[in-house]
Design a protein around this ligand. Structure first.
Ligand code: PLP
Length: 406
């Protein structure tokens, strides 16, 4: 019988955040067990709602959104994104430099496909949001991971970045604010990265999907706003997280800086953008409303707001567990705690996640799912309510008490 295997293009592609541990959780659920899910950054199922105005606007627009739009996106959407770039001080962005996408995910894939030839190197953080590594690999690129240093608040290790640049390196990716660490990069760190990009002629890809989910009165800075004219930057953002509408699939990508040097690459981006016709038009129709005026979701991030208070709780309760330590996240809704691997004899972090799932019915993602090289971390999504976070950390403490990986 003729059989069919997956394409060999996928041989080295890893996307474990939705991998074997999640499959096991699905099997357990099918058997009628209930699982406490701390594994996916999807706000809506945890009772977070989009601002009402956004929903009303989409409903109102549906009649006019039945056809394809321009492949880059609706005029009104791109105009609003252009103005948002002005607020973020990203210089020289015209309507032509903006592409809307079915979430940032589509555009990450598109931007990698349009750039990388087989063997081209690209610097991606470890830990990372694993779509970056997966799509760069799928595009034929050679991913070189640079370290983000827990001891320095999960900031990128600039010396490590420098040491990994070769004449094949085309670009550097930063994720700021960061998934999975919750880090927010200072102007000084961003300046260091810009300096490296300028010195070695690298493109900067900046994933800023959490740029409006910042706490403690801190301010997000777009790296493109401080990059000199001769550096080409691609900045990504969207509404999945900031407006709690991950299911609508709405994101965008903005080109800035040295567009002349990137003219050939931009041709490739345009071609792939045309080939997918356009992104979801009803979702584009709400961008203007979402980016303007007062947004009720901002309240979640203030003291008394759900995300802020849940962060306070998870940070304290995780650090109270013997053998667990975590840096305090400043943004997004993730925390990336460290395990004392000697104490627990952990040599396989996926096994740790599976053991925890089977014994306590708690679903987390192991650090390896984020291309973290050691078996000593895991990610917690702290979107569930405080009572659930308390339950989960209590069970985790009980599980770890006496855990010794076999
Ligand atoms: N980038 C990062 C850092 C993310 O965490 C996510 C989703 O979790 C995405 C991109 C994808 O977002 P979207 O829903 O816009 O595709």
């Amino acid at each position: 019988m003729k059989t069919f295997d997956k394409s060999s293009k996928l041989d080295n592609v890893l996307y474990d955040v939705r991998g074997p541990v999640v499959d096991e959780a699905a099997r357990m659920e099918a058997d009628g067990l209930s699982i406490l899910k701390l594994n996916i950054g999807n706000p809506a199922p945890f009772g977070f709602n989009a601002p009402e105005e956004v929903i009303l606007d989409m409903r109102q627009s549906l009649w006019e959104c039945q056809g394809y739009s321009d492949s880059k996106g609706l005029f009104s959407a791109r105009k609003a994104i252009m103005q948002y770039c002005q607020l973020k001080k990203i210089p020289g962005v015209t309507m032509d430099d903006i592409y809307t996408g079915n979430g940032v995910s589509e555009l990450i894939n598109l931007s990698m496909q349009a750039l990388l030839n087989d063997g081209d190197e690209i610097l991606i953080p470890a830990p990372d949001y694993p779509l970056w590594t997966a799509t760069a690999t799928l595009a034929g690129g050679k991913v070189v991971h640079y370290i983000c240093d827990e001891e320095s608040d999960w900031n990128p290790d600039i010396a490590d970045i420098r040491s990994k640049i070769t004449d094949k390196t085309k670009a550097i990716v930063i994720i700021n604010p960061n998934n999975p660490t919750g880090a927010l990069y200072s102007k000084e760190i961003l300046e260091e990265i810009v300096k490296v990009a300028e010195e070695f002629g690298l493109i900067i890809f900046s994933d800023e999907i959490y740029d409006r989910l910042v706490m403690d009165g801190l301010k997000h800075i777009s790296i493109a706003s401080i990059a000199p004219k001769n550096v080409f930057c691609v900045t990504f953002s969207g509404l999945s997280k900031s407006h709690m509408i991950a299911g609508f699939r709405v994101g965008w990508m903005v080109l800035s800086g040295n567009k002349k040097a990137a003219a050939g690459y931009i041709e490739g981006i345009k071609m792939l953008s045309n080939m997918r016709l356009c992104s979801n038009v009803p979702a584009q129709s709400i961008i203007q409303t979402a980016l303007g005026g007062y947004q009720s979701v901002e309240e979640y991030l203030q003291p008394g707001g759900r995300i802020y208070e849940q962060r306070e709780v998870i940070y304290k309760l995780l650090n109270d567990i013997p053998g667990v330590s975590a840096k305090k996240p400043k943004a997004a809704f993730y925390i990336f705690p460290k395990l004392d691997v000697e104490k627990f004899n952990i040599y396989d972090d996926e096994k740790f996640a599976l053991d925890l799932l089977r014994e306590k019915r708690i679903l987390i993602v192991h650090g390896g799912g984020f291309n973290w090289g050691q078996p000593d971390h895991f990610r917690v999504v702290y979107l569930p309510r405080i009572a659930d976070l308390e339950k989960a950390t209590k069970k985790l403490g009980e599980f770890l008490d006496g855990y010794h990986q076999k």
